[in-house]
Every structure is written in structure tokens, then in C-alpha cells.
Design a binder for this molecule. Sequence first.
Ligand code: SF4
Length: 387
Amino acid sequence: MPTAASPDALRRWFDYDTHASAPAAGSACSTRSAWATVPPPLDDSLREHYRTRIKTLLHRENAVLVAHYYVDADLQDLARETGGCVGDSLEMARFGRDNDAATIVVAGVRFMGETARILSPEKRILMPDLSATCSLDLGCPADEFRAFRALHPDRTVVVYANTSAAVKAQADWVVTSSVGLDIVASLHARGEKILWAPDRHLGSYIQRQTGADMVLWQGSCLVHNEFKGFELETLRQEYPHAKVLAHPESPDSVVSQADVVGSTTRLIQAATELDATHFIVATDMGILHEMRMRAPGKTFLAAPTAGNSAACKSCAFCPWMAMNGLAGLANALEHGQGEITLEPALAQAARLPITRMLDFAAARQARVQASGDLEQDMELYSHVGAA
Ligand code: SF4
């Protein structure tokens, strides 16, 4: 049975979910401030001006653009056209680490910029807007997480990538939604009990899939948490042949109806490969840009986030992802604004659990699956130390 996080964290979540107040932790901006600073749509000539300018600046600064699937389509296109990367947070982390550019510009949210900083201490890391954060990060302050950990000293600490460097530094493993399930399955096979943070839906999904003994922090993503299972049933009746693609940060009532559950990369792959013409998609709608590009001719419907009486049936957009715009990106490159800095000792402490994840993912990619055999698995991770 999952154990709840501290009352303070729960209170923060209540406040946060109801938008009654913005959390103070992290000094990042609230959803209201985020929406207020989302760049307005640009006319075609201004968009072209920025696109040309950014390409020149990327070259001048020996910089590469790394963009998440949830950010504005213009930024995704620019990353692709200039030899950068569009991906999920695992792919972004890997690409930034392995690329030779002197500057990495991260179009996403702050924890992604911090991860790039942690993995590439010798490079300059810029972001279009440093106050772009994540509700999961905000809902898991490092001091409260430390207290939570102290209650469970016998557990292996596994934290989702959507956390601050100060939380990652306390973890044995950092995971993304691409590899979280496999890593927990491997730890479970080794007989380890898990302390999981911060997303309760993803943690609960992994717990159900693996049978692992997990204690869960009670955070959630403000986008995925809003998807409604009952409304999804109604939409499925309207489109009986549609396949449902769901990110595991969604509630169980949604995930249990999905044909495919997985990371953004996995969902895009399913949209491309599955033999269906219609898809209902339960994740941030920014992903539809890539899906429509890779699967032209197919129809993608937003999973419902609201009830029957609501004016808006689906509002699945992350306000912090939406803060990334062309003007902010050009400004960061032109003036070196929006640079991510971290205390070297903190970055070093956070590097080990991230490196474990990347090594695990690399081993998996090389089809060296963790077997659950203690001896074999320990050999895989021996060079990064015991977790
Ligand atoms: S979509 Fe959710 S998990 Fe992703 S950055 Fe936004 S708040 Fe965080």
C-alpha cells in the first residue's frame, strides 16, 4: 500500500491543484504567471526573422538546440533543422552530454536545463526562460524530501527526472518515463524495496506493472492529472476504432483504458506504427506536432480533461513548456541570458544517479537487458558503484 508524503507536501498539492496559491518553493513562477508570460503568436515575417537570426546565432555561438516534444512547434522545427535534438527528457540528456557544441540551449523546463548542466559541466547551458518549471519539481522540495527519505532508510531511492538537482542528489537512481519501469523491475528482482518520488500516478503504474514494494511521494503533473477516465469512455464510444495512447503520469482511470502506455517517444512510435487511423492522445498536446509529421493522414484527438459542462473539453498544455518562444531563444543566444548554474558539489552528487540511468539505458539499447540475476546485473553497473 503506498504511503503518502508529508502533510506539508500534500497541502502544497491541494493549494496547487486548486490554484488557490502558487507554491513558494524553487522561486519559479506559478501557473498564472506562466500563462501571463507565454509569448504571443507572431506573424509570419517576424517568425521568419527570428528563425533566421537564431540559425545565425547558433552557428556564431557554437551552440546546439535541444527541444522537448511539448514545446512550440517552431522551436522543435528549428532544433531539427539545425542538427539539434527533439526528444523526451532521456534523449535530451543523452544528446546534450554527447554533443561537441560549446553551448547547449535547452527548450523545455528548468529540470531539463539542470540535467544538461549536471552532465556537461564544461559547457554553457542556456534556456529561453529560466523560470519555466514543472509542477512535479515544485511539489517535491529538497528539505521535505530529505525528511521523507529519513522515514524509510532501508529503501532504494528512485526519483523521476522531473525534480530539482537538490532532490536528484539524494537519490540512488534517477529515471525517466522511458526507463523507469525497467529500472524498478530490475531493482525489484534484486530484492530491493523502493522509495519513489515525485509522481504518484507514474509510481503507482510502475508498482502495478512490476509488483515492487514501493512507497510513493504524492506529487502529480498538473497537465496529466487533469485527464478524465469517465469522459474518455464517452469519447471512445464516439470513436470505437480509435487507439488510446496515454502517458503514465495520467490517472489510472485513463491509463487502464489505453492501448499503449509510455513515454512521449513510445507514444510517437505507436502513432506511427499502429494500424489505426484515429488516436486519442493523453499527454501534452505539443506532442501532436511530431505525431502529425510522422503519421500524416492519421487523426489525433486530445483526450478529455474536463467534464460535460466545461467550456473547454481538453486543455492539455503545460504553461511552463509554453513559455519557451522564439524571442526568448534569440535573446538567450544573443546576450547569453538564461544561463543555468549549479554548485559544483551539488552537480557532482546529482550526476551519479543520472549516470546510472544512462548506463542502464545504454545497456538496454545494446539488448543487454537486466536479467534480475544479481551477479550479472551488478557487473553491468559496477563501474558506477553500488546504488
Ligand atoms: S507537462 Fe507536467 S511533467 Fe511535464 S513539465 Fe509540465 S508540469 Fe512538468
